[in-house]
Design a protein around this ligand. Sequence first.
Ligand code: PLP
Length: 411
Amino acid sequence: MDKSKMHIESETVHADHPTNDPFGSHVMPIYQTSTFRFDTVEDGRKFFAHEEGGATHSYSRLGNPTVDKLETIFARLEGNGLQDQEDISALAFSSGMAAISTALIAMGQGGSIIAQPALYGCTGQFLKEEAPKLGMKTHFLDLNDLEALDEMLMEHSDVNVIYAETIANPTMEVADISAIADLAKAYDVILMVDNTFATPYHVRPLEYGADIVLHSATKYLNGHGTLIGGALVGRDSLLEEYSLATYRKNLGGVMSPFEAWLLLNGLKTFNLRMERHAENTMEVAEYLEQHEAVSKVFYPGLKSQPNYNLAKSIFEGGYGGVLSFELKGGFDAGVHVMENVEFCTLAVSLGTADTLIQHPASMTHSVMDEELRLQAGITDGLVRLAVGIERVDDIIADLKQALPEIESVTA
Ligand SMILES: *Cc1c(COP(=O)(O)O)cnc(C)c1O
């Protein structure tokens, strides 16, 4: 069998098979070393002169075999199906934020950025607070308003990056990646997409014209909630043009070999996990949508969503594992659910095997200015659920007993 023609579902399973292991190890060893021995002076010279035939590694901040192995599978996952998938590479980082900030510094410097207003919290904070000190200004705009985006690009000739998330939190709005990419191309601007929520199982933004895909590998790529990690994926020519590997080396946000090994292990079940996350979440979303204590459910896979057709046209195999819902009883109802869940875990984050639940107004966003919180769509009764891969009946049974009862109002 021609191994290069392996399907992606098999490739993730085989991803950690090492080549040339001296002991025949079946899975990729953890190369837990800071430095690498050169056999000869010439080997070392060739490495630093970027010449073929010398040493392959020198120091783990510049590259490590376990991390390299992981990067090849990240690139395959996001490049799968592209004609030029051979030219796609990935860089692993110590966290999603390390990948995001490194990419923005390398590619956004000296100009301005256009970003969607509802961003992952720390990304928004970086753009609002740190980036301006580095000379980068950010314009916040609903990127799906293509006319406004076109106008803004026309008005600001210094824009060099458009920054989107495939699925925005908490409204779960889906970005129209291919339409945004067309505008990015027309104005010669780089389109970065944070694909953490959707994952390459459902959407591969490069296919729709994005230039750089970003990940918090902490979430679904690892899938077990055991590490913090990040990744950046794009075409070799672009990564080289902007010296992204050099920025990573010098800013220093590299992934450790142990984290890379955990990720290689987690990725073996990536396809199975995503399939189950998506199936379960759809069922939970449908259950919540008909529940009388719930006024609204946000999930890209529901027909009731304003951009369901867009989601349907770019998502494959479901719509991911995160949903949020609005309780009719507001803040108190949110606290009631949190105090009554027994099976779901009260925790932030997503992409763990088990179901996590949180109420932003009383937990993560309780200290945020109320007006800003409401502007961000985080209302008093909003609950976020990161649905796990358990038997869905157990998740629904827990929600059923934790949701407040509503006296039926009959006129
Ligand atoms: C978690 C997350 C990040 C940040 O990733 P870390 O690994 O925590 O640094 C960025 N974007 C999204 C959408 C996330 O969910």
